[in-house]
Design a protein around this ligand. Structure first.
Ligand SMILES: NC(=O)c1ccc[n+]([C@@H]2O[C@H](COP(=O)([O-])OP(=O)(O)OC[C@H]3O[C@@H](n4cnc5c(N)ncnc54)[C@H](OP(=O)(O)O)[C@@H]3O)[C@@H](O)[C@H]2O)c1
Length: 253
């Protein structure tokens, strides 16, 4: 049986990606810190098709722990999906939470990718899907760290995808816009008001998964999201920053 790993796979986009991998006959090792959601997986997935592993992927030791556990399983697909958001001014945010985000999105995504990619290169076979965001394409006042860490994931992914382009390895960044998952609750207790461009996790996951299989380095689901990213290239950066701040203020305040 083919094998894969999905971090944050117990809900939202990660869960839908896990389902797609299972449909393609992969066994999925689903890593998540949410025990309740991990338990619920037994009711919606075939128990032979996955193994749930409870792990806080923001802990600095977690990549090595997960790799050591799974290194003999011949992992062919790695999905770095676990993530969360935060709303507010950077100077007011809790450093512990900031650090957790940097560890999860930046440090540990990088470390887990390195550990599994080294094996994939030896075998000349593998796929890595990193979940970034449309937030990656511009600065994000009031969600500064989230936008910046997602930009890191995007640039890192593009660069390493290029480094292995002569090999049988696909590395891709999925950049969703607003998606209807529990993520929004992690951003703020205040509900987001701008909802017209909200997508569903099933569609987003399918789009990213197909892009990975097609060896597309970047995928942006939804015409409006693609348009926003395109607009970014035309407008001066300070104007883009002002627009993002305006949208964030309207959305959450
Ligand atoms: N939804 C959106 O609008 C949107 C847009 C662009 C990009 N994204 C990205 O898409 C990815 C998936 O998010 P989602 O929308 O599917 O949200 P979600 O439904 O909250 O799923 C994220 C999963 O990751 C888990 N997780 C969070 N921190 C973790 C940690 N330290 N260790 C292990 N697991 C952890 C969560 O557990 P808990 O329930 O315990 O938090 C949850 O099960 C994230 O990287 C997010 O940044 C989302």
């Amino acid at each position: 049986m083919k094998t894969s790993v999905v971090t944050g796979g117990a809900s939202g986009i990660g869960l839908e990606l896990s389902k797609l991998l299972i449909q393609d006959n992969y066994k999925v090792f689903i890593i998540d810190n949410n025990n309740k959601n991990l338990q619920k997986l037994k009711t919606c997935l075939d128990t032979n098709s996955f193994e749930g592993i409870k792990e806080d992927m923001s802990s600095v030791s977690s990549p090595k722990k997960i790799y050591n556990k799974l290194k003999d399983k011949n992992i062919e697909v790695l999905v770095n999906n676990a993530g969360f958001g935060d709303f507010g001014k950077f100077h007011k945010s809790d450093w512990k939470r900031d650090e957790k985000m940097i560890n999860l999105h930046v440090l540990n995504t990088t470390h887990l990718t390195k550990l599994f990619l080294q094996d994939m290169v030896k075998k000349n076979n593998g796929k890595i899907l990193n979940i970034s965001s449309v937030a990656a394409f511009q600065p994000g006042p009031l969600m500064s760290l989230y936008y910046a860490t997602k930009a890191y994931i995007l640039h890192f992914t593009e660069a390493i995808a290029d480094e292995v382009k002569d090999k049988n390895i696909c590395i891709s960044a999925l950049c969703p816009g607003q998606t209807n998952t529990n993520f929004q609750k992690s951003v703020s207790s205040k509900k987001n008001k701008i909802k017209f461009n909200t997508s569903c996790p099933v569609k987003v996951a399918k789009y990213g998964y197909e892009a990975l299989k097609a060896n597309n380095t970047i995928s942006i689901p939804g015409y409006f999201n693609k348009f926003l990213v395109f607009l970014n290239r035309l407008l001066p950066r300070n104007i883009v920053t002002k627009i993002v701040r305006y949208i964030q203020e309207k959305n959450r305040n």
